[in-house]
Ligand binder design. Structure first.
Ligand code: AKG
Ligand code: FE2
Length: 234
């Protein structure tokens, strides 16, 4: 061969995708790409499907000023509504919230160990983490979530976030202001994101999802996000 080229394949298809590295985009926030295996992701999607059924199933959330959120939501353990927690779906069908599944709690405890490793004792509320809330968001195509802080919980134990289905652009801001500095991260199906310690009350949101990026094997249209939290409520 004398330098002749045969453009049979676009160059990028000759190489496997770059492995994505774990990162700590802000102190206390850890992103672990591809943490969940495909079977684990499928199991969680199936669980979400069951939780989504009424009563106390997936609902459209109306904000106090009258607008509707574009994501659809369901809660486990404690019902989140704007802005508080209740034991019943006070802004929906009035049914008792579904129980918080112990398996989800065990998964979240594992997630903290994975994210923080030997530093875990330095993170507020990480030792003896006893999560009791699951919030599931479904993002149909075009849905997003504005910048906000998760602050209806009474304690500063970390939040564990699991992403399933379509990728999204997640904006992680800071705890002081709604403005910069922020970091935009791509969250893909199976990714783990933990925000605790100095990041626990950081502003964050979802700028957009990327339709069609989910593995068809998941059988999911759009994106699901599960956050696991500890309420500090009794
Ligand atoms: O969908 C996400 O990745 C974030 C969800 C979120 O911020 C929330 O449920 O409070
Ligand atoms: Fe949030």
């Amino acid at each position: 061969m004398d330098g002749e080229t045969f453009p049979l394949f676009p160059a990028e298809s000759l190489f496997p995708p770059e492995p994505r590295e774990r990162s700590e985009p802000a102190p206390g926030t850890v992103h672990v790409p591809d943490w969940l295996s495909l079977p684990e992701q499928r199991g969680l999607v199936e669980a979400c499907r069951a939780w989504a059924r009424p009563p106390a199933g997936l609902r459209t959330v109306r904000m106090p000023r009258g607008g509707e959120m574009s994501v659809r939501m369901l809660s486990l353990g404690w019902h989140w509504y704007p802005y508080g927690y209740a034991r019943t779906v006070v802004d929906g069908d009035g049914a008792p919230v579904k129980p918080f599944p112990p398996e989800l709690g065990a998964l979240a405890v594992r997630a903290l160990a994975e994210a923080y490793g030997p530093r875990l004792p330095e993170i507020a509320g990480a030792v003896g983490y006893r999560p009791d809330i699951g919030v599931v968001n479904h993002y149909p195509h075009g849905a997003k979530m504005g910048l906000h802080r998760d602050r209806e919980e009474r304690i500063d134990a970390p939040v564990v976030s699991l992403s399933l289905g379509d990728s999204c652009v997640f904006r992680l801001g800071n705890a002081e202001t709604r403005t910069r500095p922020w970091t935009d991260l791509e969250l893909r199906s199976g990714d783990l994101l933990v925000f605790g310690g100095p990041s626990r009350f950081a502003y964050h949101g979802v700028l957009r999802t990327v339709p069609g990026t989910a593995d068809p094997a998941l059988g999911l249209v759009g994106r699901l996000n599960i956050t696991v939290r500890q309420s500090g409520l009794t």
